[in-house]
Ligand binder design. Structure first.
Ligand code: ADP
Ligand code: UDP
Length: 236
């Protein structure tokens, strides 16, 4: 399968058409951004880690009943995926307080939550991905009730799987963001990526951060953290 015209260049990936109208090729870059694009940089080797980790995780999620856009890994940075129209919701799950939740709620980072929180942001860069609820999504036609129900059920399954998967590799899953899309026939599937760009992962013993917060907060050893996650998952 060959890359044809570039459809889109995002902050972390490029998306290309192929000769099959239902398939796309995603090409993962080393570019990193934070704070809605205000902070820019490069994380050497990130594209390889995020591509291969996403594909590995998506293949595992398929086995536990979560359909995904994964078709085939083509190279270290490139993957053939099913084309979807992305549901414009960032679906966030929190197991432990961190980031914007800690700020908004005045709860120190690292506080265990009594149950997982599933929340939505409206995927809109111009607005800075504002926090919304189900009624906003329904009222604005971002998704139907049925789609929201499907997305929530899959998301809970993703969280249950990922918590154990990362714990096995010595990491706590603090929170993460996923995106869903609709195929031509309206089926909801998991799309985009699951990587240290989109998950907060802390070492289970030391709470050392092994994710994009090292870049966001200028903590150093950013590449090392991405490589460490890759290695712990047995992918290196
Ligand atoms: P951003 O758009 O936030 O800068 P990326 O650089 O990761 O993000 O760009 C990838 C884009 O491709 C995202 O907008 C994402 O929603 C979209 N995308 C991911 N998977 C698919 C897919 N299977 N079909 C169509 N678009 C997808
Ligand atoms: N996240 C993401 N993309 C975004 C916003 C958040 O992947 O545009 C992830 C982030 O890495 C974290 C989780 O979603 O794992 C929750 O992020 P939060 O709302 O705390 O926002 P942040 O502190 O990253 O601004």
């Amino acid at each position: 399968m060959e890359k044809l015209e570039q459809l889109y260049e995002g902050k972390a990936k490029k998306v290309f058409k192929t000769d099959d109208p239902e398939l796309l090729i995603v090409d993962y870059k080393d570019d990193a951004t934070a704070f809605n694009g205000e902070k820019k940089g490069t994380i050497m080797g990130k594209g390889v880690v995020n591509n291969r980790m996403t594909n590995h995780v998506f293949a595992e999620l398929e086995k536990v009943g979560v359909p995904t856009h994964l078709v085939k890994e083509l190279s270290d940075r490139e993957t053939l995926v099913k084309k979807v129209s992305i549901v414009p919701l960032e679906v966030i799950v929190r197991n432990v307080a961190a980031g914007s939740f800690s700020k908004r709620m005045g709860v120190p980072e690292g506080t265990q939550l009594l149950c997982p929180i599933l929340e939505f942001s409206y995927k809109n860069d111009d607005l800075g991905d504002p926090f919304i609820n189900d009624d906003y999504a329904l009222a604005l036609g971002l998704a139907t009730q049925e789609e929201i129900d499907t997305i929530k059920a899959y998301t809970r399954k993703v969280n249950e799987f990922l918590k154990g998967y990362f714990l096995n590799a010595g990491m706590k899953l603090i929170d993460f963001k996923i995106e869903f899309g609709k195929t031509a026939d309206g089926t909801i599937i998991l799309a985009d990526e699951i990587s240290p760009d989109t998950c907060r992962l802390w070492d289970v013993e030391t709470n050392e951060k092994l994710d994009k917060d090292r870049f966001r907060r200028d903590m150093g050893n950013v590449e090392e953290a991405y490589n460490e996650v890759f290695r712990r998952l047995g992918l290196a």
